[in-house]
Design a protein around this ligand. Structure first.
Ligand SMILES: NC(=O)c1ccc[n+]([C@@H]2O[C@H](COP(=O)([O-])OP(=O)(O)OC[C@H]3O[C@@H](n4cnc5c(N)ncnc54)[C@H](OP(=O)(O)O)[C@@H]3O)[C@@H](O)[C@H]2O)c1
Length: 164
């Protein structure tokens, strides 16, 4: 099973502030849906709370140290390896790790693929980050640049990288 990260980062790899995304970018939400649809998605408890509900068409897996945590429509885990095994045992071919910072950090050496959305902006306030990668051992599979428009306030670029 491949393990992938799906992330939207600013110029400093910031990903969130006060348990929210840094901005509303409908183009990114569309791409997130497209990339994750049909897959198991692994997230930290805080990211789940910021999303607020299980997303349709995907298997939501939430990590928490609270062993009694139960969330309707989600599978909960207190061990990261148990979550990975769960996806594997359900014949997942590509586990989508969707954040947040704490989860990305722990799995940073396990990703085979990273689906980035780069926002061409540095936000002043941030408290969650994506790990910095040296992408010299990675291959760029796709790159699509999008200009800001009436719905998307920032220029942004989608990039998909695969570990060589
Ligand atoms: N830009 C993006 O692409 C993106 C994506 C996702 C999230 N975000 C943002 O990132 C921020 C949230 O990130 P975060 O780092 O604060 O939190 P997080 O990674 O979403 O969740 C952290 C929580 O996950 C649980 N956890 C982490 N590691 C665990 C382990 N090994 N075993 C069991 N449980 C574990 C713990 O929950 P308990 O406290 O319950 O034990 C921990 O407090 C928000 O601002 C969110 O909007 C951004």
């Amino acid at each position: 099973m491949h393990i992938s990260a799906v992330v939207v980062v600013d110029k400093n790899e910031a990903i969130g502030y006060q348990n929210k995304l840094l901005c509303h970018l409908p183009n990114d939400l569309k791409r997130f849906k497209q990339v994750t649809m049909g897959h198991h998605m692994l997230m930290g408890r805080k990211t789940f709370e910021s999303i607020g509900k299980p997303l349709p068409g995907r298997t939501s897996m939430v990590l928490s140290t609270d062993i009694n945590l139960q969330i309707e429509g989600c599978n909960t885990f207190s061990e990261i390896e148990d979550a990975i095994k769960f996806a594997q045992s359900h014949k997942e071919t590509e586990l989508m790790v969707i954040g947040g910072g704490k989860i990305f950090e722990q799995l940073k050496d396990r990703f085979n693929k990273i689906y980035y959305t780069h926002i061409h902006h540095a936000f002043e306030l941030a408290d969650a980050y994506f790990p910095k990668y040296d992408l010299s051992q990675w291959k760029l599979l796709e790159k699509t640049a999008c200009s800001k428009d009436e719905k998307n306030s920032f220029d942004h670029t989608f990039e998909t990288w695969e570990k060589i």
